[in-house]
Design a protein around this ligand. Structure first.
Ligand SMILES: C[S@@+](CC[C@H](N)C(=O)[O-])C[C@H]1O[C@@H](n2cnc3c(N)ncnc32)[C@H](O)[C@@H]1O
Length: 378
């Protein structure tokens, strides 16, 4: 038996859990679950009704059980897993935690369950092996008018452009592996969720999204409103980029397409479509961070702190190593670069996407010249 944040689980922890494990439990996802619990708590605080929650791909049921135990304002949690061993384990784990009410355990194909329970849930959690793509349409059907979602993806090689055709097949975008590929990947994932919901006249508003270790997690609000979807179409577009000088620019789907880099006159590349808006909301992330702080969940709280600081800067991040390659000089120290960019009057922050990366609205010419100047003064 093990315990995660006070939830008891009748499970052996494997070094590297796989699809074939009898029942899947991954201790490396505790941070993901900590943030999800706090985010659902913050969402629930703003709702007038108690929430119906679905943990659609439950495994041991640890997420669903944690939502039930740790989030106030829940009417009911349905925990589902199509695998018979997982179904039995979820029931055992509920017993271990003496949870008898406000919970239902099912063993169905998640797509069938969600399609049958049309508009049945205020919150759906999708935490699959690999890609969530095949579950997103039925998730859209099963969400209520006003609702919230948490979606994990672990197929990063497809999302960030290593397997280009897989990305096109599963997510509807053409991408290329760039030095800021995790930001591209998460924006492609958000775009595909936005599109799948838009078919059902539902608009997705990302509240807290991040890349961590081997996965991406996107969490946000969903509202049924045709006008809202139409208004938010401005957040879908393409990214033009220059491989020679590092220039990058988002443009709308119907905007003029920049084919020549305005900085160095090289031909530009283009990827997308992807989400070009903010990938979270500062006030929401701040409240999640406060909740994590209160609980003393330091790793998750530090991540939320970075997300809060960087979230208003939309332009994809710059890796100082990549800047070094472009200038042909050693990479400069990230903290110092941020300081020098700020001294020129631009905003600049560290990014959670990369330990040597920065987010800034400064134009590439300035970033390059600041970096060269720093090398001269060394
Ligand atoms: C990554 S695990 C879930 C981990 C769990 N959410 C957690 O936080 O520990 C994915 C689970 O989805 C289940 N699963 C896979 N395909 C499914 C489907 N079509 N319908 C329902 N469950 C499915 C698997 O049996 C597996 O237990």
């Amino acid at each position: 038996m093990i315990e995660e944040r006070g939830t008891k689980l009748d499970i052996e922890v494997e070094e590297e859990p796989t699809k074939e494990s009898q029942v899947f439990y991954n201790p490396k996802m505790i941070l993901n679950r900590d943030i999800s619990v706090s985010a659902l708590k913050v969402y629930s605080e703003d709702q007038k009704v108690d929430l119906k929650v679905l943990d659609a791909l439950g495994g041991t049921g640890v997420r669903g059980i944690r939502y039930l135990r740790e989030v106030p304002g829940i009417e009911k949690v349905v925990i589902n897993d199509s695998k018979p061993d997982a179904f039995e384990n979820i029931k055992k784990n509920l017993e271990l935690n003496s949870l008898k009410t406000k919970v239902e355990v099912t063993s169905r194909d998640a797509n069938l369950l969600m399609s049958e329970r049309r508009k049945g849930f205020h919150y759906i959690d999708l935490d699959p092996f690999g890609s969530p793509a095949r579950f997103i349409d039925s998730t859209a059907r099963s969400l209520k008018h006003d609702s919230f979602i948490g979606i994990t993806a672990t197929d990063l090689a497809a999302l960030c452009g290593t397997y280009r055709k897989t990305c096109r097949r599963k997510y509807g975008s053409w991408v290329q592996n760039l030095s800021y590929h995790h930001e591209v990947g998460i924006r492609v994932l958000i775009k595909s969720v936005f599109d799948a919901l838009a078919v059902h006249n539902k608009v997705f508003d990302p509240k807290l999204c991040y890349a961590e270790k081997h996965y991406y997690r996107i969490m946000g609000e969903v509202r049924e409103t045709k006008k809202g979807v139409n208004r938010s179409l401005k957040n879908i577009g393409f990214l033009s980029f220059c491989s020679k000088c590092g220039y990058r620019k988002f443009s709308g789907e119907k905007d003029y397409e920049e084919r020549i880099c305005p900085n160095c006159e090289q031909d530009t590349g283009k990827i997308g479509p992807l989400w070009t808006g903010k990938i979270g909301r500062k006030d929401f992330i701040h409240r999640v961070k406060d909740d994590l702080d209160e609980k003393g969940f330091n790793e998750a709280s530090e991540l939320a702190d970075m997300l809060e600081k960087e979230v208003d800067i939309k332009k994809p991040f710059y890796d100082t190593h990549n800047i070094g390659k472009i200038t042909g000089q050693p990479a400069v120290r990230r903290d110092k670069l941020i300081e020098n960019i700020r001294d020129k009057g631009y905003n600049a922050e560290k990014t959670h996407f990369c330990p040597t990366g920065i987010k800034t609205s400064a134009p590439i010419e300035d970033i390059l010249s600041i970096s060269k100047e720093m090398n001269r003064k060394k």
